[in-house]
Design a protein around this ligand. Structure first.
Ligand SMILES: Cc1cc2nc3c(=O)[nH]c(=O)nc-3n(C[C@H](O)[C@H](O)[C@H](O)COP(=O)(O)O)c2cc1C
Length: 362
């Protein structure tokens, strides 16, 4: 019996297996609206057998996007484009999830294949905001915009945008909601003392820096149905000396659990230029940290980072390191990764492949 292919029930949602597609920005939306690309990108991975598909970082407001090409969830047009994608994902037996977030001081950039530089307002960019007015990388090769420090009104607007976006996610048919609290984007930048040097109640000690996230979780949990899972992605370490540690994030996880978060998605890095990216080589160490957090906070976790092999993913679940194994780049290489994993673990893939495929292969 494969642990990886054992269903998982979280709240009223059952995943057919423990394989998840990690959120991946596609930089392919128009005015935040999903395109046919998204149907194929997400739909093909549902056909391929993943249990959970988490749609890319989707901005709660236009100024919350990383780039003008990012996905958004602040109007009905966006909902109308996402609904058929989710209908399809669910028709294939997968669970449709979405990551909602705000880019903070890392917003107003151009897509990676355009230059990745920050866009001036004349070129389609927008003023950025963060916990402080400090620029992300003053000495870097890439240009970064100088943000303004968020006022209390700005904080209130972001929090109510999270609530509005959550309601739209429900309308669009999502079954799992993930709040993006990692990679140096707004919520992580509030939590990390590498960035947040505020002296008001949203800064200071760990509890003060966690306040932004926890207030949002309270408000989101109040509108996201109790029977549907709520997840938070954290950067469980900052990957630089003096940055957030796993202990800090275990405390955050306990606070999140108390507020009704069902599962923590354990990523890492991104707060500052020196803090490694979510795809750097240290990313492989995240899986073990996910296991540490799962044990210490006594709550379900998703592990991510260089998961490529079926036996590796099987061991992660069987050893109790994580409840769900998320794959990003390996899923890009092969949307049929779950089929191949089933074959190599001796699991009957016919049981989850759509009839159009399962009749002929398995
Ligand atoms: C093209 C691309 C886009 C990504 N976009 C997001 C995103 O929208 N939200 C997020 O939290 N992580 C994002 N990530 C990080 C992945 O979800 C994942 O955590 C990371 O790639 C490590 O997993 P891997 O080793 O399986 O690729 C992205 C990664 C890639 C390759």
């Amino acid at each position: 019996m494969s642990a990886l292919f054992t269903p998982l029930k979280i709240k009223d949602i059952t995943l057919r297996n423990r394989i998840g597609v990690s959120p991946m920005c596609q930089y392919s939306s128009i005015d935040g609206v999903a395109q046919p690309w998204h149907m194929v990108h997400l739909g093909s991975r549902a056909v391929g057998g993943a249990g959970l598909i988490i749609a890319e970082a989707t901005a709660i407001s236009p100024e919350g996007r990383i780039t003008p090409d990012c996905a958004g969830l602040w109007n009905e047009t966006q909902v109308d484009a996402l609904r058929p994608i989710n209908d399809f994902i669910k028709s294939q037996g997968a669970v449709a999830g979405i990551q909602i977030g705000h880019a903070g001081r890392k917003g107003s950039a151009s897509a990676p294949w355009k230059s990745g530089d920050h866009l001036s307002d004349e070129d389609g960019g927008w003023p950025t905001k963060g916990p402080t007015g400090e620029v992300f990388d003053p000495d870097g090769k890439r240009l970064w915009k100088t943000p303004s420090a968020m006022t209390k009104d700005d904080i209130e607007k972001v929090q109510s945008d999270f609530v509005a976006s959550t309601k739209l996610a429900l309308d669009a048919g999502y079954q799992m909601l993930e709040i993006h609290g990692a990679h140096g984007y707004l919520l992580h930048s509030f939590f990390s003392h590498l960035v947040n040097t505020r002296t008001d109640e949203y800064g200071g000690n760990l509890a003060g820096r966690a306040r932004m996230m926890l207030e949002i979780v309270d408000r989101v949990r109040a509108v996201w149905p109790e029977n549907l899972p709520l997840a938070v992605r954290l950067s469980v370490v900052d990957w630089v000396d003096g940055g957030l540690t796993i202990e800090d994030n275990i405390q955050m996880a306990k606070w999140l659990k108390d507020r009704g978060v069902d599962i923590v998605d354990c990523s890492g890095g991104g707060a500052t230029p020196a803090s490694r990216s979510s795809m750097g080589t240290r990313t492989a160490d995240q899986v073990g940290l996910a296991g540490d957090l799962r044990k210490a906070a006594d709550m379900p976790v998703m592990a991510v980072g260089y998961i490529t092999e079926a036996q590796q993913a099987e061991d992660i679940i069987a050893n109790g390191t994580a409840d769900i194994a998320l794959l990003a780049r390996e899923m890009m290489r092969d949307p049929y990764w779950p089929l191949r994993a089933a074959q190599s673990l001796g699991v009957d893939a016919k049981s989850f492949l759509p009839t159009q495929l399962g009749t002929f292969i398995g």
